[in-house]
Design a protein around this ligand. Structure first.
Ligand code: FAD
Ligand code: UDP
Length: 404
């Protein structure tokens, strides 16, 4: 018999929800995380009364009633509505694509005028019945003007590849509507924790033993020995020593500064959709919680970056036996050499055909590992893009399978 019922690798949202539920069911739980704080990518830190989102802007939104009730157990949420602005060559546009955007682009004033302008813009691409890549998908959806102004630069900076080399599904997440409505999300519930994400996670992990700065792989054997079962939320390819090849990820660098001004950009998120600035987004954190006043402001620039991986040697992919990185000519040269060095975290999975196929092979290994009492969960272990609400739902489902 080991000391703990569960070792949970990762103090992010998946690990936190699982730990909370297991502990409430009377299980003895140990959580470890290689980072110095809890919360995973949703982690935040209070600076000058401003809750600073340390790993990119995190806006909670969901359509799931039960998930909304669940998070409200750990925090009250304010009525923040995400209404980002796009900046293209000095001109500002509303996002998501809506009547305000169409008015700024073309001067159209009614849905009928907008529809007819959109039809005209799409006309040249009617022959594309099954878009093969992101560029084709964008052109068939909204035509050349919107693609060039609001999609191409942002997307190619974000993913480091030409839009013709990216899968179409990436932009199916972008809302598009014929109404004067700047609300980015369509979900019923949306908001930011009233006293910040850090406080929410303190309550989620209340009474649970957490070892920070502890990397599972630094002492794998010892960690495996402490508990009967393991909930693993780290990288699935790393768990298996990259033996089938390394999965690809996209990384980010964050450049954060405190400015001696009360209001820098007047909105929480500005997307930079042209190529000139190397960053994609500028976040002004205080706008997430307007009720909290501060005489200064904290601003973060978000720079997309190549994920270099933790294994220094390129591992051949088991499926194709070549290096997994995109070909050099498919990379967009970084237009700004002063961009900060990436902290080399795997932020975004790259769900293209090759990575999905490789992950399917790792999934077989992960499924077999269940017999040894290891459960894989969360965005790194399941190699998929999860919003916060989806990851909570997935953790609650895993809890039901395990504990009920
Ligand atoms: P993570 O948060 O990544 O947690 C995994 C944890 O495991 C990390 O703390 C990591 O340090 C730890 N770990 C990994 N390997 C090891 C190891 N070997 N040993 C010990 N610990 C380890 N979602 C939304 O709903 N709204 C948003 O606005 C939003 N914005 C986002 C913006 C960005 C830039 C990013 C990257 C994501 C965003 N998301 C957003 C998604 C959200 O961050 C995820 O849904 C959520 O964080 C996933 O939780 P997780 O527990 O699966 O993973
Ligand atoms: N996107 C874009 N222009 C924008 C914002 C997003 O073209 O101003 C594209 C881009 O390809 C991005 C995708 O839409 O990867 C999804 O964006 P979203 O903001 O939903 O995702 P996030 O990066 O916040 O996870």
């Amino acid at each position: 018999m080991n000391g703990y019922d569960y070792l949970i690798v990762g103090a992010g949202l998946f690990g936190g929800v699982f730990a909370r539920e297991a502990a409430d069911k009377g299980k003895k739980v140990l959580v470890i995380d290689k980072r110095p704080r809890i919360g995973g990518n949703c982690a935040s830190e209070m600076r000058d009364g401003i809750d600073v989102h340390l790993y990119g802007a995190h806006i909670f939104h969901t359509d799931y009633e039960d998930v909304w009730e669940y998070v409200n157990r750990f925090s009250r949420f304010n009525n923040f509505v995400n209404s980002p602005i796009a900046s293209y060559r000095g001109k500002l546009y509303n996002l998501p694509f809506n009547m305000n955007t169409f008015y700024a682009l073309w001067g159209v004033r009614t849905p009928e005028e907008a529809e007819s302008k959109l039809d005209e813009q799409r006309a040249a691409y009617r022959h594309i019945t099954e878009p093969k890549n992101l560029e084709e998908k964008a052109l068939t959806l909204c035509g050349r003007d919107i693609f060039e102004t609001l999609i191409k630069g942002y997307t190619e900076k974000q993913w480091g590849r030409d839009a013709r080399e990216l899968p179409p599904f990436i932009i199916s997440r972008l809302p598009f509507r014929l109404a004067f409505d700047n609300n980015y999300f369509t979900d019923r519930y949306q908001g930011i924790p009233e006293d910040g994400y850090a406080a929410l996670f303190e309550r989620l992990f209340n009474g649970i033993e957490v070892k920070r700065n502890s990397d599972f792989f630094a002492d794998r054997e010892a960690f495996c020995g402490v508990a009967d079962k393991i909930i693993f939320t780290g990288r699935v390819d790393e768990y298996f020593d990259f033996k089938l090849g390394a999965l690809e990820y996209r990384s980010l660098s964050f450049e954060t500064e405190t400015l001696k001004c009360e209001n820098y950009q007047g909105v929480a998120v500005v997307n930079y959709t042209d190529f000139a600035p190397p960053y994609t987004r500028v976040i002004e954190h205080k706008h997430f919680r307007p009720a909290a006043k501060s005489p200064v402001t904290v601003v973060t620039k978000e720079y997309p970056a190549e994920f270099r991986g933790h294994n220094p040697l390129p591992v051949p992919c088991v499926l194709c036996l070549d290096a997994l990185s995109p070909t050099p000519e498919s990379r967009i040269p970084n237009p700004e050499p002063r961009a900060p060095i990436s902290n080399n975290e795997p932020y975004y999975v790259i769900n293209d055909a090759r990575n999905n196929a490789l992950y399917a092979e790792y999934k077989k290994l992960a499924d077999a590992e269940k017999e040894k009492g290891v459960v894989f969960g969360g965005r790194l272990a399941e190699y998929r893009y999860y919003d916060m609400d989806d990851v909570i739902l997935s953790a609650l489902t895993a809890v039901k399978k395990e504990l009920y």
